[in-house]
Design a protein around this ligand. Structure first.
Ligand SMILES: [Zn+2]
Length: 238
């Protein structure tokens, strides 16, 4: 079996795989386009979040926990990535899992699940302390959490900053490096949102992007990563 891409780079001519690869590579390795803004941000955060959650799961299974507080962990990790790198989050995760295992082993918890559910809150607590007292501790990569090809394409090819996906906080990296470098021109979405006087419901920043379909408006905040959805109350007929 072999794969044929059903894509035409020139009208009516099916592209070969090599030509398609070349074209994609050229576009992605060229300069970062303003129109990629919201996708780039969302991708950066979701990659970092997934790698962090996977690591928590790996550590939890080492101590025979089944990590079930995924939803809560995703919220906490998303929040932490605004100030901390995946490497920092790994450190918080290691400490939290160690504490949870101890909590269980000493018989003070109401069982494995209860002990395991303390992980996200414990990570948040340590992170708040790190932020308040301005300390940072890193952890190494772990081969049990493989880097996805998407991760490598994003950081090696598109951003040309290998390693940043692990060692830099996505939130800070975005605000301090990527926005000034690629998205500070007038043509960028924030001005549109500013003109419409939209702001984030969590942090009131107007650095937001909005998109809508017939019934809902979705807003993404670049400062705190909150996604807000607003739904039309009824479908008005005019
Ligand atoms: Zn916000």
């Amino acid at each position: 079996m072999r794969w044929l891409p059903n894509v035409a780079l020139e009208t009516g001519v099916r592209s070969t795989r090599d030509a398609l690869y070349q074209a994609l590579y050229q576009e992605l390795s060229g300069s970062v386009q303003p129109s990629w803004k919201s996708e780039l941000y969302a991708l950066m955060l979701s990659l970092a979040r997934d790698e962090s959650i996977q690591y928590i799961q790996v550590l939890a299974s080492e101590v025979s926990f089944v990590f079930s507080a995924r939803g809560r962990a995703e919220t906490v990790v998303g929040q932490l990535l605004q100030d901390f790198s995946v490497s920092h989050v790994y450190y918080f995760a290691r400490l939290a899992v160690k504490n949870a295992a101890h909590f269980y082993a000493t018989g003070n918890s109401k069982g494995r699940n209860h002990a395991c559910n303390t992980i996200p809150g414990n990570m948040l607590g340590t992170a708040q302390d790190a932020k308040a007292r301005n300390w940072r501790k890193t952890a190494y990569r772990d081969s049990r959490v493989p880097q996805s090809s998407l991760h490598r394409i994003l950081y090696d090819v598109v951003l040309k900053d290998s390693g940043a996906g692990f060692s830099k906080s996505p939130g800070l990296y975005w605000r301090d490096e990527l926005v000034p470098r690629f998205f500070s021109g007038d043509a960028c979405g924030a001005d549109l949102a500013g003109h419409l006087q939209l702001f984030c419901r969590e942090c009131e920043s107007s650095n937001v992007d909005a998109s809508m379909d017939r019934m809902t408006i979705q807003m993404l905040c670049y400062d705190c990563a909150t996604v807000s959805k607003f739904q039309a109350i009824e479908d008005l007929i005019d």
